[in-house]
Ligand binder design. Structure first.
Ligand code: CA
Length: 223
């Protein structure tokens, strides 16, 4: 999962990026509305954290423009605590949820998890695929109840596949959703990670669709 943080307060931006990266997301940062708007308009983010009070271009205008351009990713807005009218303007502009400043980082993380699973059509923070269970809350993975240790990139890969089960996902899509923009991207490494993931999970639910990409099939859906 790849996220974008648009926040002009440099400390807060850094804290958000650190917490989201720690939670297993590839995370890009923008420090003004125009830069944030451009990234959100051109890169395929799974969700965005958007401050409303931004220099150059304000958050509501950024969001309105994204929605006009059919950018439908979930957006969590950050608002000033005493400005209820900001929340209304943000939600009317197309925000999916909001957090008022000052906030606890845990609340932002929980709201992001909820936005991601809702946009993928899941109701619970635990995702299941046959014997695989992925807990998006604790970033834990088990197979038949047995804990599996994954690197952060392997976890990210599995989380993306489990949010989008039964769909063929191209290598390009994976590269775009697993790495932040500063990462030296190489779609060949995806194959390596898929191989490692298969080995660790010891499963054949993750198939290669020749020339197209990969598909994680839920055996319960196929029945
Ligand atoms: Ca601000």
């Amino acid at each position: 999962m790849r996220l974008l943080v648009v926040e002009d307060d440099a400390d807060l931006n850094r804290q958000l990026v650190a917490a989201l990266s720690e939670a297993g997301y590839a995370t890009d940062a923008a420090f003004d509305g125009e830069a944030g708007h451009h990234l959100g308009d051109t890169e395929p983010y799974d969700a965005v954290v958007l401050d409303l009070g931004l220099p150059v271009m304000d958050g509501v205008s950024v969001l309105e423009s994204w929605r006009r351009n059919d950018r439908t990713m979930p957006v969590l807005i950050l608002t000033a605590r005493d400005r209820w009218s900001d929340k209304v303007a943000g939600i009317d502009a197309g925000a999916d949820d909001y957090v008022a400043k000052p906030f606890h980082m845990e609340e932002v993380l929980a709201r992001i998890r909820a936005l991601l699973r809702r946009s993928a059509g899941h109701a619970s923070s635990e995702l299941h695929c046959g014997p695989i269970m992925l807990d998006t809350k604790s970033a834990r993975v088990t197979v038949d109840g047995r804990a599996i240790k994954l690197t952060s990139l392997e976890y990210r890969l599995l989380a993306y596949l489990m949010h989008h089960m039964n769909r063929v996902i191209s290598r390009t899509e994976l590269v775009e959703h697993l790495y932040d923009q500063d990462f030296d991207r190489d779609s060949n490494t995806i194959e390596v990670f898929v191989g490692r993931l298969r080995k660790k999970l010891d499963l054949d639910l993750l198939e290669t669709v020749r020339g197209l990409g990969y598909r994680l099939s839920d055996p319960n859906d196929a029945a």
